[in-house]
Ligand binder design. Sequence first.
Ligand SMILES: *Cc1c(COP(=O)(O)O)cnc(C)c1O
Length: 466
Amino acid sequence: MTNRKKLSSLPQVNECLNSPEGRVWLEKYYRKTVTRSIREVIDSKRKEILGGADPDVSLDALAAQIEEKIKKHSEYKLRPLINASGVVIHTNLGRAVLSDRAIENVKAAAGSYSNLEYEISIGKRGKRYTHIKEIITELTGAEDAVVVNNNAAAVLICLDTFARGKEVIVSRGELVEIGGSFRIPSVMQASGAILREVGTTNKTHLSDYENALCGNTGLLLKVHQSNYKVIGFSEEVPISVLAALGREFKIPVVDDLGSGCLISLERFGIYGEPAVQEVIRQGADLVTFSGDKLLGGPQAGIIVGREKLIQKIQKNPMLRAMRIDKMTFAALEATFMQYLDEEKALQDIPALRMLTQPKDIIKKRANRIRNSLKKLISERAVLEIVPDQSRAGGGSLPETDFPTFAISVRPVNMSVNALEKKLRLGAPPVIARIQGDALLIDARTVLDREVKTLVKSVAAAFGENQ
Ligand SMILES: *Cc1c(COP(=O)(O)O)cnc(C)c1O
């Protein structure tokens, strides 16, 4: 057949749409996705023909390719994956996994009207922040609370409310950068506050803060170092001492905790994350923390502290631009309520459960994964259980090792890089870590309900369809 003849034998888009297959596609998928996929396949065939090839262009021959494209274009771009990296609060992977209760409450709030800004008892307009205040103040011992989109916003609105055009005193040891774009000096600049850095990188004394105080001081800010640590010859001023200084000079003291833990984790050997209620007890006027780090909830920035100050933040017009939606409220309220029983919180909030999980439970899960894999790919890979270290992630606890067990997968007929890539591109994607010539699957961050899918994905990467 000549090129021209072959080209004219290509089916039209409408022809494909009206075929029996086309009608099935239109029922199952979105019309635009279907037409786009058909057009793409026809175009690629046209190119092949113009390039001198002689492809089968019957509808039957094209249908499978079209369907494959439709399926690909119908996938969500944001999708679940399996975190086998061992980093519990992985910012790139969406930070905390919500608890079942939080998920249920999100579903309820999302699919229905609610009293988000409505006072049911009096039948009038209400405030969205009142719902969450009671549980947060009960848990933290603070007088009042307000919630914004994330902790960066929480810090920003504190600076804007109390220190626009004024000086904010911060220790040089606390001028941190968190995850690339949150840098204390930049946030300060964006807020219109003036950064007054004091002390040195390793040591800051009370007298450094005292000497910097002036008529234009708006805030004393303490920032949790989060993702790094100054060790050796170092000293910082404890929040209790800073709070006393602030009280003396009537200047609010803000502690940006970052992670914001509500349970003391020291009994699990986890140090360096002060509990929010402890920082409030020591006299901080305002404390800010994230919803999706150690708290284990949705992305949010929580500000707790003195009622007068929180009320002032609530009057700041900027709050409107940072307000959180009903789904976040629903997730946050459910997550906070789980802390009314600490033991249950440690079990039921995934981030906490993963961080505090006893080694033998992680080992059991690792064994389960290894044994299932062994049945499927024992000829294609060397499988071993190896001790390893997980990380908290999310800028929390940078120095804390979390002893864990990983499944080491050493492929026989494939490079470890190829295996890593296949897993990453799988459905669902599996994110694991390369160490030497092995791929490490950390069992700590794999949820029990994901084990079967994980095993399937790994087998599929080796070409075993189970
Ligand atoms: C993580 C962190 C932030 C930013 O919090 P987001 O919720 O990610 O906006 C700010 N300050 C500190 C100390 C942090 O650790």
